[in-house]
Ligand binder design. Structure first.
Ligand code: URC
Length: 292
């Protein structure tokens, strides 16, 4: 029996980066959380503590800030690709890099050049993997919270001795969408693609009459793949944010689908992947990301 080192990576997680770019008196801000991770010939530091091949996580952090000064950050996918390719291209021992970026939203205060109000909690995300000369981009959105107050049913499920749930033809459907989509290449208009995918998902959530959150999840992924040839696969994680009808009969009141208790836990968790059956191989695109 021998004990060996398995897969490993290391880096600086959650660097908080805010940039201000100026066009005369009009400012634009970008607010990012950037995590970098490197992989490669890193056995020595684990086995003997020899750090000759370890680009310090502190240096990785500094690189994030220096790169933000040296060229416009631009779209998060491009910034992540630049960082990943830099680490792999300049450190002999480093064969792979994973860069995760979340973009936080700020909205301009009406008519004001340099004042902003924090937007919704929704984040645009990217996870870029560089391995040698190859690169994979998985972008997405998380904490995209949506609700529809009708157009959702749930019935026809098995009734076993433990089933108490009542069937319904009209319920609130609410979820907080975490979506990730895998791009086929890296030559993409990232901003346009993001905006269109987000809008397709919202429209499908709204328009699709839902018989289950599972059906809605599939329809959202399917609509993205039908409209966006640059995407090979969509993975969705959608908690069912239950809204329970409150029993008002004790007060002699009938609740005609008007008064709900919004439970925060437990919640159903509906997750799945929707993909083209002829999609190119995912390579390392999903490596070390959560399954959904
Ligand atoms: O859309 C739903 N899917 C389920 O699997 C489920 N299970 C449940 O209790 N409610 C719901 N709703």
């Amino acid at each position: 029996m021998a004990i060996v080192l398995g897969p490993n990576q290391y880096g600086k997680a959650e660097n908080r980066l805010v940039t201000v770019s100026r066009n005369g008196s009009v400012h634009t801000i970008k607010d990012l959380t950037v995590s970098t991770s490197l992989r490669g010939d890193l056995a020595d530091t684990h086995l003997t503590g020899d750090n000759a091949k370890v680009l310090a996580t502190d240096t990785q952090k500094n690189t994030v800030y220096a790169f933000a000064k040296q060229a416009p950050v631009g779209e998060i996918e491009d910034f992540a690709l630049r960082l990943g390719r830099h680490f792999v291209g300049t450190q002999e021992a480093i064969s792979g890099a994973r860069v995760l970026i979340d973009e936080h939203s700020w909205d301009r205060i009406d008519g004001h050049d340099h004042a902003f109000v924090q937007g919704s909690n929704e984040k645009r995300t990217t996870a870029v993997t560089v391995e040698g000369a190859q690169a994979w981009v998985v972008s997405g959105v998380r904490d995209l919270v949506v609700l529809k107050s009708t157009g959702s049913e749930f019935h026809g499920y098995p009734k076993d001795p433990y089933t108490t749930l009542k069937e319904t033809n009209d319920r609130i459907l609410a979820t907080s969408v975490t979506a990730r989509w895998r791009y086929i290449g890296t030559d993409v208009d990232w901003a346009k693609s993001f905006a269109e995918i987000r809008s397709i998902m919202l429209k499908t959530f709204a328009d699709k009459h839902s018989l289950s959150l599972q059906q809605t999840l599939y329809a959202m992924g399917e609509a993205v793949l039908q409209a966006r040839p640059e995407v090979a696969e969509v993975r969705l994680s959608m908690p069912n944010k239950h809204h329970f009808l409150v029993d008002l009969s004790a007060f002699g009141l009938e609740n005609d689908n008007e008064v709900f208790y919004a439970a925060d836990r437990p919640y159903g968790l509906i997750e799945g992947s929707i993909l083209r059956d002829d999609a190119p191989d995912a390579g390392l695109a999903w490596s070390t990301l959560p399954a959904f």
